[in-house]
Design a protein around this ligand. Sequence first.
Ligand SMILES: [Zn+2]
Length: 89
Amino acid sequence: MLPTNDDKLTDNLLSERKRQRSARVKPVNSVKITQRRLMAAIESDNGIGFCVACGEETSGVEPDARKYRCESCGKSAVYGAEEILFHIA
Ligand SMILES: [Zn+2]
């Protein structure tokens, strides 16, 4: 095994931990909420929100909605797309 590979692995682990710390909203488990999805949701102008617990997409919520109840998993974890973008990005 080459020492350079170990160095790279350590670097990756460190940056991964840094990313997780900087995210204020709890990371999603199943469906991933990506910045691309958030941008698309905001641009669609349909009041799209996402459940940060399960990743379910919901329409008809305010852009700055917070802690709405998710119809999919039942948790109060639905946030408006803009709200998530400001907290995660
Ligand atoms: Zn949910």
